[in-house]
Design a protein around this ligand. Structure first.
Ligand SMILES: [Zn+2]
Length: 82
């Protein structure tokens, strides 16, 4: 069963940052135009349709010492241009 492959690809293409050496968050834009903080260390999942709300939320992560890639923040601050 490979039906999930298409969804997985879309999520990766529209992600602002993914979990890794330089990031403790995985932020992506879903096909219904909501931003998600996926596998969120704060509450498991955070979802919003406003870029400013996501930036505020990532600020909460940073306040706790979580790593947020600066290029992801810049993209969100520009209104989500990938
Ligand atoms: Zn989060």
């Amino acid at each position: 069963m490979r039906a999930s492959d298409g969804l997985e690809r879309r999520i990766i293409q529209m992600s602002y940052c993914r979990l890794g050496e330089d990031s403790d968050v995985y932020v992506y834009l879903s096909t219904d135009n909501h931003l998600h903080c996926c596998g969120c260390l704060l509450k498991g999942e955070f979802r919003t349709d406003r870029y400013s709300a996501m930036l505020d939320y990532l600020g909460e992560h940073r306040a706790l010492g979580h790593r947020i890639p600066s290029d992801a923040v810049e993209k969100l601050a520009r209104g989500g241009t990938l």
